[in-house]
Design a protein around this ligand. Structure first.
Ligand SMILES: [Zn+2]
Ligand SMILES: [Zn+2]
Length: 332
């Protein structure tokens, strides 16, 4: 019966033929519906808000603008690529085909922020010889690391440090954070910033909606008991969702400031390159300011890959803080 229904759906709406795609579209529709219900009930029940809109239209216009921007941000983030390893490999192979060879240049600036910049430079290529994706990835690991230790067992491609295979997307993701069910996509190197902005906007919208519900209940309570019950129930669920969003936003802000991912934080003891790193030492952190800059502005290219820190760098990061470190802003 279900096959028959899905077959007919698939014939008229080809995009709904795939069950995974159907559930993803269903989740997105549910999220939009939830937003419309919470805001719609408010505008239907709150006569004072309608009066206020007539007196001060800019107030409601700002709320509606935040509502629309949040939904747009949700769809943009859901439709963005997290940065797949296969795409980085193709980009490098294409450059390799076009220019013959790829020069892997460790610039002073890039080694300072712990990443390798891949530049096509024929003069350097001639000196260093031809390189492939495997060689590029090898450069990111300490010398002597076996290639099979960082080859994905599912895609059979070499993973740069911090990449992980996602079983939902069936691809390896660069700087894998987590697979978000609500967005229907992975969060990784290329969309983590968008995801943070989405959390920020959703939290602001939730907070503003809670304030509007509270002001309605303050002025209109006991006019119609059934209406108040509905509003109180919606307010309770909204407050629970807001607390969750706020904690998630704080958690991701902490990850960004310390240059970590959710996966690295949760599975620290199971990730080979993090096992030997002492607790409270963030191996990829370059200081709060540089971490923020890298997160917001620097990592725009898919071929901008981070290398593993050396044992000496880890030792330097493990050194306890002294008064001199605080004066020189070592943590920044
Ligand atoms: Zn994989
Ligand atoms: Zn995924």
């Amino acid at each position: 019966m279900m096959d028959l229904v899905s077959g007919r759906f698939g014939r008229y709406f080809p995009c709904l033929a795939d069950p995974a795609r159907r559930s993803s579209i269903g989740l997105k529709a549910a999220l939009v519906a939830l937003h419309l219900v919470y805001a719609g009930v408010l505008f239907l029940c709150d006569a004072d808000l309608i009066q206020k809109t007539k007196r001060e239209p800019w107030y409601t216009a700002l709320y509606v603008a935040l509502f629309v921007v949040t939904l747009i941000q949700y769809f943009v983030t859901a439709g963005s690529s997290p940065g797949f390893v296969i795409d980085a490999m193709r980009a490098i192979n294409e450059a390799d085909t076009l220019f013959g060879t790829i020069g892997v240049a460790k610039h002073a600036a890039s080694s300072k922020n712990g990443s390798l910049n891949l530049t096509v430079d024929s003069s350097q290529s001639a000196r260093s010889g031809s390189t492939s994706w495997s060689k590029v990835v090898m450069e990111l690991y300490p010398p002597g690391t076996q290639i099979r230790t960082f080859t994905c067992g599912y895609c059979s491609i070499e993973q740069p440090p911090r990449a992980k295979h996602c079983h939902d997307c069936d691809k390896c993701v660069l700087q894998f954070d987590h697979h978000c069910v609500w967005l229907g996509t992975c969060i990784g190197q290329r969309n983590h910033c968008r995801f943070w902005w989405y959390l920020c906007e959703e939290t602001a919208l939730g907070l503003w909606t809670v304030i509007l519900y509270c002001s309605y209940l303050k002025t209109s309570i006991a006019r119609a008991w059934w209406r108040d019950v509905i509003m109180i129930l919606l307010l309770i669920t909204l407050i629970i969702a807001l607390i969750f969003l706020l904690l998630l936003l704080l958690f991701h802000s902490y990850l960004i400031l310390t240059n970590q991912t959710t996966y690295e934080l949760v599975r620290r003891r199971r990730i080979p390159y993090l096992r030997s790193v002492p607790e409270r030492v963030y191996p990829f952190s370059q200081g709060i300011c540089r971490n923020l800059y890298n997160f917001c502005c620097a990592r725009t290219s898919i071929t901008d890959l981070e290398r593993l820190p050396t044992a000496l760098e880890i030792e330097e990061k493990s050194r306890p803080y002294t008064c001199c470190d605080f004066l020189t802003c070592r943590c920044c």
